[in-house]
Design a protein around this ligand. Structure first.
Ligand code: HEC
Ligand code: HEC
Length: 262
């Protein structure tokens, strides 16, 4: 299973737009270079083929301005700052009359966040956190230990501080540690994650209200939207994700069918 994953990653990393590349500094460099080439080609085409002899000073500077604007923006900035509207708001589910059906639809929308790499990397079933968009094993090797905070000599917080360390690429948020094993989500469907989240035996004894509070305000959840170092963030915002979970709970917290995908 792990081998398959690694194989797929290697195959797809031949593309400069593969998930692992998007958001990296190298991606930004290739993006800007390709964009500039496209701009020069288009201007050449305009001068020589489309309107030979008609290129005025004004139209040349107009073209240049358009391309500067298009090529100059940071592609990584866009990756890091997803629009709130990438995740649908609870009100957009108002037309679903049946309460259970509405709750299920709300949860499926919220699960687009739950199954995002920024979240599942910290909700693994084994002893090691994962990292990156391909869920590879945490490097350096670390283990959850007895309290999900690392072993005695390698505590998570020896490296992970309260905020991201930009130069060292170490992500950070207060009290950085792994979700306990019963909260493992890797490879689970939204329906299975939903059942786990509602079950006090597997969710750390939380009531639905505590789950809503956690989703809306927990700093480890919130970190996913400011992950630093060019990492991609989940869709929407923590506020909108929290609102979806709150609406799901209000509507009776029905879970999607086991096989439903996000
Ligand atoms: C020796 C230092 C060190 C220790 C100890 C450590 N980490 Fe990390 N961790 C890192 C570094 C460095 C990265 C970033 C790797 C990269 O992206 O290049 C990282 C990345 C991660 C990520 C990936 C974020 C993402 O989505 O890509 C998670 C999750 C994580 N660590 C969890 C933990 C947990 C939980 C512990 C304790 C059990 C822990 N780490 C202990 C150094 C450490
Ligand atoms: C740095 C590690 C880390 C990251 C990143 C992280 N979590 Fe967690 N998560 C935890 C820990 C630890 C707990 C247990 C907290 C507790 O019981 O008080 C937890 C518990 C939860 C719970 C509550 C109980 C349950 O049944 O799972 C929810 C919901 C949750 N996380 C959602 C998310 C979402 C959504 C994201 C991404 C947007 C996320 N988490 C990212 C570490 C993390």
């Amino acid at each position: 299973m792990n081998h398959d994953r690694r194989f797929q990653t290697r195959k797809s990393s031949t593309s400069w737009r593969s998930p692992g590349m998007v958001g990296s500094a190298k991606y930004a460099k290739i993006y800007h270079t390709r964009c500039a080439h496209l701009a020069l080609d288009t201007i050449w085409l305009y001068i020589h083929i489309i309107a030979p002899g008609k290129m005025t000073h004004r139209s040349a500077s107009w073209l240049a301005a358009v391309f500067l604007g298009a090529c100059g923006h940071s592609p990584n900035g866009a990756v890091n700052a997803p629009a709130d509207t990438d995740l649908r708001a609870p009100e957009q589910f108002g037309s679903i009359v049946d309460r259970d059906e509405r709750a299920r639809a709300l949860f499926v929308e919220a699960s687009r966040v739950l199954v995002h790499p920024r979240c599942v990397n910290c909700h693994p079933s084994g002893d090691s956190p994962a990292q990156g968009d391909d869920g590879r094993v945490h490097d350096p090797p670390v283990s959850r230990g007895d309290d999900d905070r690392g072993v005695w000599a390698m505590r998570c917080t020896s490296c992970h501080q309260d905020t991201n360390l930009v130069l060292a690429r170490v992500p950070g948020a207060p009290s950085w540690h792994l979700a306990p094993r019963p909260m493992a989500w890797v490879g689970h469907t939204p329906g299975a994650i939903c059942e786990q989240m509602k079950d006090p035996a597997r969710n750390g004894g939380k009531t639905l209200a505590a789950i809503v509070e956690h989703a809306t305000h927990d700093p480890l959840v919130g970190w996913a939207w400011t992950p630093g170092s060019g990492r991609a963030a989940p869709p929407g915002s923590q506020e909108r994700f929290g609102a979806l979970i709150a609406a799901w709970a209000n509507d009776g917290a029905a879970c999607p069918q086991k096989e439903t995908q996000p």
